[in-house]
Design a binder for this molecule. Structure first.
Ligand SMILES: [Fe+2]
Ligand SMILES: [Fe+2]
Length: 209
C-alpha cells in the first residue's frame, strides 16, 4: 500500500471504530449456560461498567495497532500489527454486543481515548521496531493482568461476560508472546509505570463515563 492508501485505511478504521460499524470475524465466545443467567440490577450495572472499560481498551487497541502499523516500513511487522488489530476488532464487537445485552452504553469519551492512544502509538512507532514491539508486549501484558482482575470482580453469575473476557485474555497473551518473539525490547521501568498510570486514568474514568 502507498502512504496515502495507508493513511486512508487508518482514517477508515478510526471512523469504523468510533461509529461502531465493525463486525466480528470470529463468533462471540458463548457461556456454558448460553448466557441465560438472570442478573440483579446491581450485578448488571457492575458487569456493564467493566465491559465498558474493556470496550474502551479495545478502542485504544485499534488506535495503537493502526498508528504503529502506519509508522513502520517493515512489511512483516506491519502484517503482524494488522493481524492483531483484526483480532482486537473481534474484541471490540464482542464487548459492544455484550454492553447492548446488558442494556448499557459505550464510553462517551471514545473519540478522546482513540486520539490519545493513536498519538502514543505514533510515538512508539517512531522509536523503531524494537521499542514499538516492546510497547505492544508491555501493553498486552498489562491488559492481560487487567482482564484477570475483571474476572475476579465480575459477578460469578454473568457467564456470558466472563466467557468473552476469558477469550480476550487468551488472545492478549498471544499478542504479547508474538511481540516478544518478533524482538520486543524490554522497556525502562519508568515507562512501564507511566503506562500503568495512564491505563488507570482511562479505566477509572470509563467505569462511569
Ligand atoms: Fe483486545
Ligand atoms: Fe491484544
Amino acid at each position: 500500500m502507498s502512504r496515502v492508501d495507508q493513511v486512508l485505511a487508518c482514517a477508515d478504521n478510526a471512523l469504523r471504530t468510533l461509529s461502531g460499524a465493525y463486525v466480528a470475524s470470529r463468533s462471540c465466545p458463548v457461556a456454558s449456560d448460553g448466557g441465560a443467567a438472570e442478573l440483579t440490577p446491581e450485578q448488571r450495572r457492575l458487569s456493564a461498567a467493566l465491559m465498558r472499560v474493556n470496550h474502551v481498551g479495545e478502542v485504544c487497541a485499534q488506535a495503537l495497532y493502526n498508528a504503529q502499523s502506519l509508522t513502520t516500513d517493515d512489511a512483516v511487522l506491519q502484517r503482524q500489527f494488522d493481524a492483531a488489530a483484526r483480532e482486537e476488532s473481534d474484541h471490540l464487537a464482542w464487548t459492544k454486543r455484550r454492553l447492548q445485552e446488558l442494556d448499557d452504553r459505550t464510553s462517551l469519551l471514545n473519540p478522546l481515548w482513540y486520539a490519545g492512544a493513536f498519538g502514543i502509538g505514533l510515538l512508539a512507532g517512531r522509536l523503531g521496531p524494537g521499542i514499538s514491539l516492546g510497547f505492544v508486549a508491555e501493553t498486552e501484558r498489562q491488559v492481560e493482568l487487567h482482564l484477570q482482575s475483571h474476572l475476579d470482580r465480575m459477578p460469578a453469575a454473568d457467564h456470558a461476560s466472563r466467557a468473552i473476557v476469558q477469550r480476550m485474555m487468551e488472545d492478549e497473551a498471544r499478542h504479547a508472546a508474538d511481540a516478544r518473539a518478533a524482538g520486543a525490547a524490554d522497556l525502562p521501568a519508568p515507562v512501564k509505570l507511566a503506562m500503568r498510570l495512564a491505563a488507570k486514568v482511562m479505566t477509572r474514568t470509563a467505569h462511569h463515563v
